[in-house]
Design a protein around this ligand. Structure first.
Ligand SMILES: Nc1nc2c(c(=O)[nH]1)N[C@H]1C(S)=C(S)[C@@H](COP(=O)(O)OP(=O)(O)OC[C@H]3O[C@@H](n4cnc5c(=O)[nH]c(N)nc54)[C@H](O)[C@@H]3O)O[C@H]1N2
Ligand SMILES: Nc1nc2c(c(=O)[nH]1)N[C@H]1C(S)=C(S)[C@@H](COP(=O)(O)OP(=O)(O)OC[C@H]3O[C@@H](n4cnc5c(=O)[nH]c(N)nc54)[C@H](O)[C@@H]3O)O[C@H]1N2
Ligand SMILES: [Mo]
Length: 897
């Protein structure tokens, strides 16, 4: 039934449930409003949006009055305007500090001809946090920030304390922000209409010269952001209404942008000084080993080193490590450079240390390496199973969607040795022994058969191999596995029932599952659990390996892997080889190349002599660093293309200064298979150049006739070679700016949910593969009694190159810490904050102890982001046999004083 009413003398039609404010805005009326936020329930507490409804004595707040048939509404009458002005004036009087440039309140006041009082010197404020501040004298108690913190991000930190005139916004129990549990996502800052909550940096509050819509450079969620630029400096970042984030951001995206302006940015090519030895201990002044060079000299040296090695030792003595922070176009060019310029498939990137095991297991089972359903599907699921992933720290905006779903009734199962951030929202947390994933998952699969929870109809129609799975899990009863897992059998059965019986259940996993010598088997088990219960092929179900780097999905898709051309077309298959030989006009090698860790092993054996590294820092991120760094030192010729003088660059012969994310155009593929366009915000500093241009010059030096004009042209070459992009020509991408693959033709709409009818395997069925119990490679013993878990913190990115050069992020986590359980601390007579030496069979480091209430007794946790205490000095380089991923996640260590 239509709702017809009169708005400012015109007859109009309202939508069901539409508020008068929304209706008026839709008809182009501008009504001041401060507490209302689109997408959130109306609060009706600021009263700035009052309007007149005929027949009513008092004015009505339009944000919380629903349009009704036959109403007569006036938003422009003298009475309305006077009331709106009165409200704005009162607010400015009561919150004088709100008179800050650019605040929403001031904009409305200006528009409504309300005099803006002189802003007082800032006072009554909390300046205790490195990222954001709170000025109570600018607060109008609109509650938007509370809603942002509680309803949107579900961080539950901000609240309104006390009542009436005494009421005030507080963090936790009126704690200083810096001492509170605030995670600095800044959603409150973005929501605040007066500047009461604001970035603490004065620069961020200036008026920007221009704004550029682009993407966040950090994780695979792929948030849309708007960069605010003044005098060619990024001064602030705001969440943009991108498909993955709808305005939300985390601390890195919002406050971690300033690394691009750091004085240590590489801005001129560098060449190793004659006689300066490569020092694997990385001690002393690293920059002093290099001298500035002209582009001509540096590029000529880079090329001549590769050419000489290729002539003397053959193409297989060369290799390249590409970059998952770069664009699809850069990744495509990089692998093409190695395959056609160097002449082998020795090309890889950080996916090998990351989701290589997921890729291997997924390709085998379903014939596709990407997620089946997007993160956003959590809104439609009944149960989320989260294993070996800590999205609160590592995919914070994805975590916010999960928390929103949980608030609406979705149940969360956490399978993780640590009590991760999301555990407080979980229905079940199985805090199991690190490395016991297969014992646990096979026990869950055993329970499916044992308790008749298998969806046999789905299994028969859509899968093959069920009998081998059934036979394999026969000995894995929860009761038998419970002691290995360190959790109770009843709990294993309970979570299995919850997942299997859910109408819709969705699973997410990440590095806790993948970074093991049995990583592929771990993922095989997850896939079996999903398939045996038929939890795939519908919205709110499916398999989601949370992808890590902003473009690791795209970099893998574009062929930065040694076994595959773009789109996972195998180098060993002659049809694929012929296709790419035709496209690139030359003979290609059919033998799969070396993987990341194998490259280091080949370098130390002397088989690999020349290496090109673009945007990776293996001297920090690879396992067993003493070995890795020595191997890098062994190389005859190492060229590093980066934005900083990294630990890896410090071992190079030539360093090429490149463009950071904000300095380039290109396409980037997020964890949801969404291809999005990033846009250049700034020029690279000094003489630094675009990554793609450098690759082109190197290729030309190696005799290739490349002549690309830019990313669009590169995409246009790559796209027809990749079946998954066949329906996404550049024009479609340029117009939509975000398109989900696969798309068969340009008119196929985005397909967020895959495998509704068949899988991508030759038979169309999912192939289930059983997994045996692995042999523990390094069990704890009397000498090395602790299990060290390595991973991430919210504020830092991997090897710290970028985030340790961000003022806010480095202030939040300034030094390396090792998390320890209270019992272990007490038992060993250690103190919180004590500096200790952590020793493994391969290396040692020094760091401070931090009490952790997340760990099991006997486990320690450490991030790998600190060069002064590089966690990978301790880790092992054992490889998973299928995926060649290294067992980075855990190793045995001891604490020495
Ligand atoms: N802040 C931040 N965010 C990031 C990154 C970053 O560096 N910093 N990196 C990005 C990248 S590239 C990636 S790949 C993702 C990674 O994201 P995550 O995988 O979430 O990160 P991790 O901290 O490595 O480890 C995840 C979890 O594995 C658990 N775990 C440890 N051992 C085991 C085990 O044996 N079994 C199981 N099941 N779990 C175990 C840990 O307790 C931890 O909670 O994050 C991305 N996002
Ligand atoms: N112990 C342990 N080790 C791990 C892990 C773990 O959990 N534990 N996780 C592993 C995982 S999942 C991953 S993904 C890897 C990550 O390992 P890496 O990829 O080596 O780590 P990053 O620090 O992200 O390195 C990115 C580099 O690219 C540079 N860079 C950034 N943007 C650009 C650009 O646009 N152009 C160029 N040319 N350079 C750029 C940065 O300065 C930095 O040097 O670490 C792995 N290592
Ligand atoms: Mo990763």
């Amino acid at each position: 039934m239509s709702i017809r009413l009169t708005l400012n003398g015109q007859e109009v039609e309202a939508n069901e449930g539409e508020s008068l404010l929304q209706l008026a805005q839709r008809h182009g009326e501008s009504i001041p409003n401060l507490c209302y936020q689109p997408g959130q329930p109306a609060q009706g507490n600021c009263r700035a949006c009052v309007v007149e409804v005929a027949g009513e004595r008092t004015l009505a707040p339009s944000c919380c009055r629903t349009a009704q048939p036959n109403m007569t509404v006036d938003t422009r009458s003298a009475r309305v305007l006077a009331a709106q002005q009165g409200v704005l004036k009162l607010m400015l009087d009561e919150a004088p500090a709100a008179a800050q440039a650019g605040s929403e309140l001031v904009r409305w006041a200006k528009q409504m001809d309300v005099t803006i009082p002189q802003a007082p010197v800032r006072y009554n404020e909390d300046l205790s946090h490195p990222a954001l501040s709170l000025n109570w004298d600018a607060c109008i108690h609109c509650n938007r920030c509370v809603s942002a913190c509680r309803d949107v991000q579900v961080n539950d930190v901000l609240g309104m304390a006390k009542r009436g005139a005494q009421s005030k916004i507080v963090f936790d129990l009126d704690d200083a922000i810096g001492d509170s549990s605030c995670v600095a996502c800044g959603e409150c800052v973005q929501a605040c209409p007066t500047g009461a909550l604001a970035p603490i940096a004065a620069s961020a509050r200036q008026e920007a010269d221009r704004s550029v819509d682009s993407l966040c450079p950090f994780c695979g969620v792929g948030c849309g952001v708007t960069y605010k630029v003044k005098d060619e400096q990024i001064i602030a970042v705001e969440g943009r209404n991108g498909p993955a984030n709808q305005g939300r951001l985390c601390v890195k995206g919002r406050f971690g942008f300033d690394y691009v302006h750091h004085p240590q940015r590489l801005s001129t090519p560098l060449i190793r000084r004659e006689g300066a030895p490569k020092d694997p201990s990385l001690s002393g002044d690293l920059a002093a080993q290099f001298r500035p060079a002209s582009w001509e000299e540096a590029l000529a040296l880079a090329v001549s080193g590769f050419t000489r090695i290729k002539q003397e030792s053959g193409p297989k003595a060369l290799a390249g490590l590409g970059c998952a922070k770069g664009s699809n176009e850069e990744a495509y060019l990089f692998q093409k450079l190695v395959r056609t310029g160097f002449g082998s498939n020795n090309v890889d990137h950080c996916t090998r240390l990351c989701h290589a095991s997921s890729v291997a297991a997924l390709m085998e089972a379903v014939g596709s390496a990407a997620v089946s359903n997007p993160v956003a599907d959590v809104a439609e699921t009944d149960v989320i199973l989260l294993m070996g992933a800590n999205p609160g720290a590592n995919h914070p905006v994805a975590a916010s969607w999960m928390k929103n779903a949980i608030k609406r009734g979705t149940r969360l199962i956490v399978l993780d040795p640590q009590a991760i951030d999301l555990t407080r929202h979980a229905a079940h947390h199985l805090q199991f022994v690190p490395g016991a994933d297969i014992a646990l998952l096979n026990a869950m699969i055993h329970t499916l058969f044992d308790e008749d929870l298998v969806d046999w109809d789905f299994v028969h129609r859509r899968t093959e191999g069920v009998e081998a799975i059934r036979a394999n899990v026969a000995p894995f009863s929860p009761e038998a596995m419970a002691p290995l897992c360190g959790v109770e059998a009843a709990q294993i059965r309970a979570v299995t029932r919850l997942y299997a019986k859910a109408g819709r259940a969705m699973m997410f996993w990440a590095m806790g599952v993948t970074q093991h010598a049995h990583g592929t088997d771990n993922v095989r088990c997850l896939i079996s659990l999903c398939m045996l219960t038929g939890q795939i092929g519908r919205p709110g179900t499916g398999l989601h390996p949370l992808r890590g780097q902003n473009n690791v999905q795209g970099a893998s898709d574009a062929g930065l892997i040694p076994m595959c051309y773009p789109d996972y077309q195998k180098v060993s298959e002659s049809a694929a080889q012929a296709k790419f030989e035709a496209a690139w006009g030359m003979a290609l090698d059919a033998e799969p190349g070396l993987t990341t860790v194998e490259m280091m092993q080949a370098a130390s054996d002397g088989a690999l002599k020349g290496l090109m590294i673009m945007g990776e820092n293996p001297a920090m991120s690879d396992p067993d660093l003493n070995h890795t760094r020595a191997a890098l030192t062994q190389l005859e010729h190492l060229v590093v293309q980066d934005i900083f003088l990294t630990e890896t660059a410090a071992l190079a012969d030539v360093i090429l200064p490149a463009s950071a994310f904000a300095e380039k155009d290109g396409s980037f593929t997020n964890t949801d298979r969404l291809v999005q366009l990033g846009r250049q915000v700034l020029a690279p500093p000094g003489e630094a150049r675009q990554d793609w241009q450098l690759l082109q010059i190197l290729a030309q030096g190696l005799g290739l006739d490349w002549d690309y004009q830019g990313p669009a042209e590169i995409y246009t070459e790559m796209q027809p070679l990749m079946p998954s992009l066949s329906g996404i020509p550049y024009a479609r991408l340029a117009e939509a700016r975000a398109v989900t693959y696969p798309a068969a033709d340009p008119h196929t709409p985005d397909q967020p949910v895959l495998f509704t009818e068949r899988f991508n395997t030759p038979s169309g069925k999912a192939r289930l593969v059983p997994a045996p119990l692995p042999v523990s490679l390094e069990p704890c013993d009397d000498d090395y009694p602790f299990t060290l878990i390595t991973g991430r913190q919210l504020a830092h990115w991997h090897t710290g190159t970028m985030t340790r050069r961000s003022r806010v992020l480095d202030a939040i986590e300034p030094e390396p810490v090792v998390g320890i359980h209270r019992e272990d601390l007490d038992r060993l007579g250690l103190e919180v904050d004590q500096r200790i030496t952590l020793v493994s069979r391969r290396g040692q480091l020094q760091a401070r102890l931090r009490l952790s209430n997340r760990l099991r007794s006997g486990d320690l946790f450490m991030p790998f982001s600190f060069h002064e205490a590089a966690a990978n000095l301790l880790t092992r380089d054992d490889l998973d046999p299928s995926a060649k991923i290294a067992a980075l996640k855990t190793c045995a260590v001891k604490i020495r004083l």
